[in-house]
Design a protein around this ligand. Structure first.
Ligand code: ZN
Ligand code: ZN
Length: 147
């Protein structure tokens, strides 16, 4: 990721490099705020703007995806085609690999019928439910309430 960013002509500072390094291995789809708080422990002088602008530069360069769920924009270092499973209890996002996000002709026609003129770029699925730890916790609470 660092090399591709340099190739795109982004100036690399030690702070920016640290942001990119932390983000590249992060599979939790963090918000800029979450990354900022984690980085501040090592870089007390880092500003939120630096974190946000770096993530934005990554997205512009096509090296990061952006997912909006509710109000929060979450950044995604996985640029391979994938869908997401989201936990309704804790907000965990899990990548579900997809062979392709290209919309089939039939779905494009269906969308156009409802939203004339809408240009469909890709289809991303969102599976909603509970992650394993939350499902386990819910099951335990359920048993406690019954006994
Ligand atoms: Zn959960
Ligand atoms: Zn993802």
């Amino acid at each position: 990721m660092l090399t591709s960013l340099k190739q795109k002509g982004l100036r690399m500072t030690p702070q920016r490099a640290a942001i990119v390094r932390l983000f590249a291995d992060d599979l939790t789809h963090p918000t800029a705020q979450e990354l900022f708080e984690r980085l501040r422990e090592t870089f007390p002088t880092m500003s939120f703007a630096t974190v946000y602008n770096t993530l934005d530069a990554l997205a512009q360069a096509g090296l990061s995806g952006e997912i909006r769920i509710g109000n929060a924009a979450r950044f995604d270092p996985n640029t391979a085609p994938h869908h997401h499973a989201v936990c309704d209890s804790c907000g965990t996002l899990i990548d579900i690999p997809a062979p392709s996000l290209t919309p089939p002709e039939a779905s494009v026609r269906r969308v156009r019928k409802v939203a004339p003129g809408f240009s469909v770029a890709r289809v991303e699925r969102l599976y909603r439910g509970q992650c394993a730890p939350c499902a386990k916790k819910a099951a335990r609470t359920f048993h406690k309430q019954r006994s």
